[in-house]
Design a protein around this ligand. Structure first.
Ligand code: KG4
Ligand code: ZN
Length: 325
């Protein structure tokens, strides 16, 4: 079965062709990130205007690279929510038109959940039930996932998403946008225990909070930073340590409380090297299997959208749009 995935929820315009929900035949991701850099964040109007230009060439390229014809596609899977409205409409409109014109099945999927299904593009697919942690620029969601159709949200951020906190702290430290990769790189040279930051209160629930730590970094840099004693890399490293430890603590607690032995991570922040390092070590001690997508599949892409579409289609073909007869 050949699935065409389409993703336009934020600054990316992406299309992939995936075989049987597992094998990526092509993955094209075009980003308008450079156009947003001067503003330190995504400008929705700029994103959607660029997507209008890019969507057809990107889909054509994905089909060509997969060495198939458009009509060989069996299923179209597209992100319908959450995301920037104008951006979502670009991908969604093309997907609906293609499904209608070619008489193909169409599935509209949740971008946040799709991040977890990046882990299904592998020979060792996660087995249900698992705890799912989606950590991106827009979300910090912790789920108990019993099946493709059974997601229970255990907790989420009460304020900033963790990726947003990386981006805002990077701006305070003048490291540019997006901040996650820059902090990750600089933190390797710093001391993670130099400054005691903490992210959120360790209450026994599964919600997160990252706006306090961002403000703590701001006040530290403005009022307390002794540049002779503390390097910029120490601040980056200490912030990152607190942020990833909060994610790890709650995720492992969710595994324990729900008696689940698999933890599946997705989203841009899943590329963070310190998160991977600590989590792999701690999970081994607790005999929990952790799944991370390949770094290229952590960021927004259409292969994960195709993977979730395939799993939904397998579970419930009646979910597909009535357009296909
Ligand atoms: O999943 P994604 O591509 O887009 C959303 O759906 O939001 O995630 C982008 C976010 C940005 O906030 C970026 O700073 C963060 O992921 N990010 C990272 C790393 N790479 C990307 N955060 C921490 N460490 C990284 N290595
Ligand atoms: Zn995303």
């Amino acid at each position: 079965m050949l699935i065409l995935g389409i993703e336009t929820s934020c600054d990316e315009t992406a299309a992939s062709v995936v075989k049987n929900g597992k094998i990526i035949l092509s993955q094209i991701v075009s980003s308008s990130l450079n156009l947003h850099k001067p503003y330190g964040g995504i400008i929705p109007e700029i994103a959607s205007r660029k997507q209008v230009e890019l969507i057809l060439p990107v889909v054509k390229q994905a089909i060509k690279k997969a060495k198939i014809k458009l009509n060989d596609i069996d299923l179209i899977s597209v992100t319908s929510h959450p995301g920037l409205k104008g951006s979502l409409l670009v991908g969604l409109t093309l997907a609906r038109i293609l499904a209608f014109a070619l008489n193909k099945a169409l599935i509209e999927v949740d971008h946040t959940k799709a991040h977890l299904f990046a882990n299904f593009l592998s020979h060792t697919k996660p087995k249900f039930p698992f705890i799912g942690l989606v950590i991106s620029g827009g979300h910090t969601n912790l789920y108990l996932v019993k099946s493709t159709l059974d997601f229970k949200l255990l907790g989420c951020t009460l304020d900033d998403a963790v990726g947003e906190a990386f981006d805002k702290v990077a701006r305070i430290l003048k490291l540019g946008y997006p901040g996650g990769p820059a902090i990750d790189k600089l933190a390797k040279k710093g001391n993670p225990t130099k400054i005691k930051f903490s992210a959120g209160k360790e209450k026994e629930n599964f919600n997160f909070s990252f706006s306090g730590i961002k403000t703590a970094v701001l006040y530290y840099v403005r009022d307390k930073w002794d540049k002779k004693r503390v390097k910029l890399s120490d601040i980056a490293s200490s912030f990152q340590e607190a942020a990833v430890k909060s994610l790890i603590h709650k995720s492992l607690l969710a595994c324990d409380e729900n008696k689940v032995k698999s933890l599946v991570i997705g989203g841009g922040v899943a590329a963070n090297s310190r998160l991977r390092e600590i989590l792999l070590k701690e999970s081994k001690q607790r005999k929990i299997k952790v799944y991370f997508p390949a770094p290229v599949l952590c960021l927004d892409n259409a292969s994960m959208v195709a993977a979730l579409g395939f799993e939904l289609y397998r579970m419930k073909p009646e979910l597909m749009e009535a357009i296909a007869t």
